[in-house]
Design a protein. Sequence first.
Length: 174
Amino acid sequence: MNTNRHESDLLPRHSGRDCRNLVQQSASPDTSFSGSEWDRSRAETQRMTENDIGTLVVGAAIAVYRELGPGLLETVYEVTLARELDERGLTVDRQVPIAITYKGIRFVEGFRADLIVAGKVIVELKSVERVTAAHKKQVQTYLRLTGFKLGYLLNFGEAVMKTGITRCVNGLEE
């Protein structure tokens, strides 16, 4: 594996509404921040595109998987991935209630997003033997209901993490 390659060189770009598995090799650069670098990094996330954030999400997911391996509860991956993303300078919100409107009535807690990264990317976590079409549709629906353009379905139950990464888009322009 060529560790000099960056994840963004490996991610396929898609537009429109689509969910695709990512099966390319990825390298995850180690990133740590301290002091003024930390503050500067937080400010930079406001200017990052969804694709930039997605690159960091994929790298962080691979780092967590390499450390913990497959088959743990989703909550374990949720807390560790949130921590990994935070260490990479991204803001992460966990178990975010998302309101929906149905027949003109607003329901405050229509669903909960596992993670929302930098206020721009939804991450849905699974730890199952195999992702189904229903799991992918779930992320597409979350994107549609929130107006977000990029989401990831990360399945930590796969034997190899790269086969457990599904990138979903909703009108994302490249």
